[in-house]
Design a protein around this ligand. Structure first.
Ligand code: AMP
Length: 207
């Protein structure tokens, strides 16, 4: 159990896909329980399906406050989860991602598809350019994210990505370790920001 029990908001991005391997469902449930035990409340996409649904139900059952942020389109497709403490309905995906980013004290990425990857990169780029200064973690459960982490390192080795940018990503196989690491990196008011020149490719290491 962590010593700091101040409640924090964790925005989690993960899969909407149905019919996933039970290992992924179990991992999402475990993460929901553990985030509550680590004094996090949850902000997520508001869906009742896929890993999103497993995560949210487990977090709520374990005592976390759950806020879902979903678009009108997804509500009308009847995927919104009515068990959320608060379900915020917005007009567009852009607005949804903006609110999910603004509310967060920290971010965690669980396995997912194109939407999850987009959210991961958008959050990482937001940190690199100094739009926010919040920690970002990947739960590399079942080694799902090994290829993504390898791609980032390949980008560093090839000179496309600064190592300082790649190193912003906290990655852990163990959910408790990830939550501890994220909490340790939360700073008051989400800052201070770094100088983007330390992170942007056109400023080094050779240029
Ligand atoms: P994916 O990783 O491709 O499964 O995408 C997860 C993303 O799918 C979410 O972040 C949303 O952009 C979108 N999405 C699909 N279904 C829902 C839902 N019921 N609620 C919220 N977002 C959804």
């Amino acid at each position: 159990m962590p010593s700091d029990t101040t409640r924090r908001l964790l925005t989690v991005y993960c899969a909407s896909a149905r019919g996933l391997d039970s290992r992924h469902l179990d991992a999402a449930r475990d993460f929901g329980r553990l985030l509550a035990e680590h004094s996090f409340d949850l902000v997520y996409g508001g869906g009742g399906i896929g890993l999103m649904g497993e995560l949210a139900r487990s977090a709520k059952n374990s005592g976390a406050r759950v806020t879902g942020i979903i678009t009108e389109q997804f509500v009308t497709l009847e995927q919104g989860w009515d068990g959320c403490d608060e379900l915020i309905v917005v007009d567009s995906m852009r607005e949804r991602k903006k609110q999910m980013e603004e509310r967060a004290d920290a971010f965690a990425i669980l396995p997912g598809g194109l939407g999850t990857c987009e959210e991961f990169f958008e959050t990482l780029v937001g940190r690199v350019i100094g739009r926010h200064a919040k920690p970002l973690g990947i739960l590399n459960v079942n080694r799902f994210f090994d290829p993504l982490l390898a791609l980032l390192s390949h980008g560093v080795e090839s000179g496309f990505v600064r190592s300082a940018a790649r190193d912003l990503v906290i990655s852990a196989v163990d959910a408790g370790a990830l939550l501890d690491a994220l909490r340790a990196e939360i700073t008051p008011n989400g800052g201070p920001s770094h100088d983007p020149r330390a992170m942007l490719p056109m400023h080094g290491p050779h240029g």
